[in-house]
Structures are given as structure tokens and as C-alpha cells.
Design a protein around this ligand. Structure first.
Ligand code: DX5
Ligand code: ZN
Length: 220
């Protein structure tokens, strides 16, 4: 399974978003990650479908939308229309998650499920065949630049075991505190898809250097 690096525009300089996304693409990013927050499920408020549409105009890379909102089912059509390729919904926000994952698929997007640090891996048991990826949060969602929660490494391992034993082809994505110091442990535990905000957009030598540092840490 190949490696995916998905820069999160939450940490980008929004006064020149298009330029920064292009630099990420030229620097070897695989996807662009867009964090959607509503001030209810998480304390912060960020982007909507209009930002996805704008990012889509500046890049050919797939767009990965991470919905941190209550009642995500109300907004799936709008994100599909905006050009979203991959979309993840939080388990904690979906009372009818099986239906929500099905709707995502019917709208032509790849569905993923996200679980918070405090949400058990077992919640995924009935859902592994309906998702393209499982996103394990390695911080509590809401903000960029938080510290990686070390105990999530074992959770990644347990998720990998669950996916393997259930015969699922879903990949494991991680989000939060991913840096050249933490990425390898996540890889060794089974993650293949890495979201990073501050480690890329706030790298002292620029966006391309941030992506290169993550890839380099994976081969050490
Ligand atoms: C946090 C978001 C992340 C965020 C990660 O709730 O889901 O995608 O951008 O930022 P870093 O990589 O700085 O922890
Ligand atoms: Zn995210």
C-alpha cells in the first residue's frame, strides 16, 4: 500500500491559499486535507464547501475533507458538488452512520470514518466493509499544532488488527501532531496515510521541505 501525505490547509497562510496549495503539490503532496469545523462538535470554526471549491481550482490533487460538524449528513451533497474526493465523518456525530457512509458512496465520494482519541476501536467493528479508510485521531480534534498522543500508536496497531481480521481493505489514516518525530511510529503500527498541518506549512525551510522531512523520516 503506497504512502499518502495530505497537507492540512488549517495551518496554511490563508492570505495566499492558492499559492500554498500549489507549493504543496509541487513539493510532492498526494492529497490536500480540508478541516471543516462548526464550533459545536469542536470548539473552532473553519471552512465550508466554498473553500473546497476554491482549493479545487488551484490543484489537481484529490481533496480529502474531514468533517468535524454535527449532522454531517445535511452537508454531504454540498461537499460532493464542491469537488470533494474523500470525506470522513466522525463516528461521534452520526447516529445513523451506516446510512451516512452509504450516502457518501452514492454521491461519488470515498467514505471514511474518524474516531476521537477517547472512542474505542470496537466502534468500527460493524463498519469496516463500508469504508475506504479509517482515520485515527492522534490529538483531540479542533486545532492545529497540538502534541501527538503517544498512546494512539497502540490504537493504530489494534485498528490494523481489526481491519486484517475482518478482511477489510480500508487503509489507516492519522491526523494530529504528525511530524518527522512521530510519523515513523505510526507507520510501523500500520498507518499509511498521514495528515500534517504545522509540520508542513510551518516548516522553517518551507512547504516542500516539510513534506520531504516527513518522507525522509519514514525511511529512517
Ligand atoms: C485537527 C485537524 C488536523 C490539523 C492537524 O483537528 O483535524 O487536520 O490540521 O494539525 P497538526 O498537523 O498541526 O497537528
Ligand atoms: Zn483533519
Amino acid at each position: 500500500m503506497s504512502i499518502i501525505i495530505a497537507p492540512s490547509i488549517l495551518s496554511a497562510d490563508l492570505t495566499r491559499l492558492g499559492e500554498q496549495v500549489q507549493q504543496a503539490e509541487e513539493g510532492g503532496a498526494d492529497w490536500i486535507h480540508v478541516d471543516v469545523m462548526d464550533g459545536r462538535f469542536v470548539p473552532n470554526i473553519t471552512f465550508g464547501p466554498n473553500v473546497v471549491k476554491a482549493v479545487k481550482r488551484t490543484t489537481n490533487l484529490p481533496i480529502d475533507v474531514h468533517l468535524m460538524i454535527v449532522e454531517p449528513e445535511k452537508h454531504l451533497q454540498a461537499f460532493a458538488d464542491a469537488g470533494t474526493n474523500y470525506i470522513t465523518v466522525h463516528y461521534e456525530t452520526c447516529p445513523h452512520i451506516h446510512r451516512t457512509l452509504q450516502t457518501i458512496q452514492d454521491l461519488g465520494m470515498f467514505p471514511g470514518i474518524v474516531i476521537n482519541p477517547g472512542t474505542p476501536v470496537n466502534t468500527l467493528v460493524e463498519l469496516t466493509e463500508y469504508v475506504n479508510k479509517v482515520l485515527i485521531m492522534t490529538v483531540n480534534p479542533g486545532f492545529g499544532g497540538q502534541s501527538f498522543i503517544e498512546s494512539m500508536v497502540d490504537k493504530i496497531r489494534r485498528t490494523k488488527h481489526l481491519l486484517e481480521t475482518s478482511g477489510s481493505e480500508a487503509s489507516i489514516q492519522v491526523d494530529g501532531g504528525i511530524s518527522s518525530k512521530t510519523i515513523k511510529a505510526c507507520y510501523d503500527a500500520g498507518a499509511r496515510n498521514f495528515i500534517a498541518g504545522s509540520a508542513i506549512f510551518e516548516h522553517k525551510d518551507g512547504i516542500a521541505a516539510g513534506i520531504a522531512a516527513l518522507r525522509h523520516a519514514l525511511i529512517l
